[in-house]
Design a protein around this ligand. Structure first.
Ligand code: ZN
Length: 81
């Protein structure tokens, strides 16, 4: 009785006998391959989505102390004038 279980292929919606297909839950190898391709594409997309967005606005070379030193330099040149 179980052997006559009829299901719809999730890929092409074709009705087929579940236990007659070795590619179940798909009706054929082609549909199984198509579905696998979808999964590979999705697993490719997921890591890109999860990558945290790094903003480049802050300048790592900016240092307040350096800024003060350059200010002193300007003072020296002023004295020299
Ligand atoms: Zn199919």
């Amino acid at each position: 009785m179980n052997k006559l279980l009829k299901v719809k292929c999730p890929q092409c919606s074709l009705a087929f006998l579940y236990y007659e297909s070795i590619y179940r839950p798909f009706c054929s190898e082609r549909c199984k391959q198509i579905d696998l391709g979808h999964w590979f594409q999705e697993s490719y997309v997921v890591p890109v989505k999860g990558t945290p967005v790094v903003e480049d606005e802050s300048d790592p070379e900016f240092n307040p102390d350096d800024d003060m030193e350059s200010g002193n330099d300007e003072d020296n040149s002023d004295n020299d004038y």
